[in-house]
Design a protein around this ligand. Structure first.
Ligand code: DGL
Length: 276
């Protein structure tokens, strides 16, 4: 049985908004972050491409000794997680686990809404997969789910345009499309781990009574409960408060941008992922 850090994965920087909350809530654990910046964004890629990239990343984490990997990316969770859990895990490393961000979010999101109308904002891949519609209907069958893809939002964030006046146009456009579908939405879920960087602008364009939900705190609470329930897994995770950051692209670029997402400075290392 492998022992080591918790692996946290995203196509790029977005998963750092999740890692930040994990570290805040459970600082004792070792964490290893991988951003596949060389191949980001994933949001508009096909199922088979996102699946292949995500599987390659999971195998990379296992080679680093991670017994548990969190896909801190909605697109990868929507398009690759189930196949990896059902078809690949037994073959590669049966004792290890890979978890995503969609299930823990859909388990609780219906409790937040008073009107029973929830808006989901995500990448084109996440929205077209209808993963949120399907999962929310299992836990909250009466809740109405409205979904809108925001294909420009990840590029705005990756290019550090998230506070620029130019970003306002694309943010308003998607919010208007969402509220045209569901005028009584009172809860808007940011179902992409990049979007917390846009949260101030999003809040500015919405009425004060609309709740804007980010996933970091939800995922951190859910992982903490998971590790309490699965003592055999938590005992395999090193507890030296270690943090290592890897990127598949330029480490200098990663270090310059990642601090905005993570909330503090960091030094990354280059990851070489084996192509299938
Ligand atoms: N951060 C990823 C997510 O949560 C998407 C970014 C991308 O398009 O690569 O969906």
């Amino acid at each position: 049985m492998q022992e080591g850090p918790i692996g946290v994965f995203d196509s790029g920087y977005g998963g750092l908004t999740i890692l930040r909350e994990l570290v805040d809530r459970m600082p004792q654990y070792d964490y290893l972050y991988l951003g596949d910046n060389a191949r980001a964004p994933y949001g508009n890629r096909s199922f088979s491409t996102v699946y292949r990239y995500t599987l390659e990343a999971v195998e990379w984490f296992f080679r680093q000794g991670c017994p548990l990997v969190i896909l801190a990316c909605n697109t990868a969770s929507a398009k690759a997680l189930r196949t990896i859990q059902q078809n690949d895990l037994d073959r590669i490393e049966p004792g290890n686990r890979v978890l995503g961000v969609i299930r823990p979010t859909t388990e609780i999101i219906g409790n937040i809404s008073r009107t029973g109308s929830i808006g989901i904002l995500g990448t084109t891949g996440t929205i077209n997969s209808n993963s949120y519609g399907i999962e929310i209907s299992k836990f909250f069958p009466k809740v109405r789910v409205y979904q809108q893809d925001c294909p420009m939002w990840v590029p705005l964030v990756e290019n550090r345009e998230y506070e620029s006046p130019g970003a306002d146009y694309f943010i308003r456009e998607c919010l208007e499309k969402l509220f045209t579908q569901g005028p009584d939405i009172d809860t808007v879920l940011l179902a992409c781990t990049h979007y917390p960087l846009l949260v101030n602008k999003i809040r500015r364009f919405l009425p004060a009574e609309v709740e804007v939900v980010t996933q970091g705190p939800i995922i951190a609470e859910s992982l903490q409960k998971y590790l309490l329930r699965h003592a055999s897994m938590s005992s395999r995770i090193h507890q030296n408060s270690g943090r290592r950051f890897f990127t598949t692209d330029s480490t200098a670029d990663f270090d310059a941008h990642a601090s905005i997402f993570f909330g503090k400075g960091l030094r990354s290392e280059l990851a070489v992922i084996e192509d299938h």
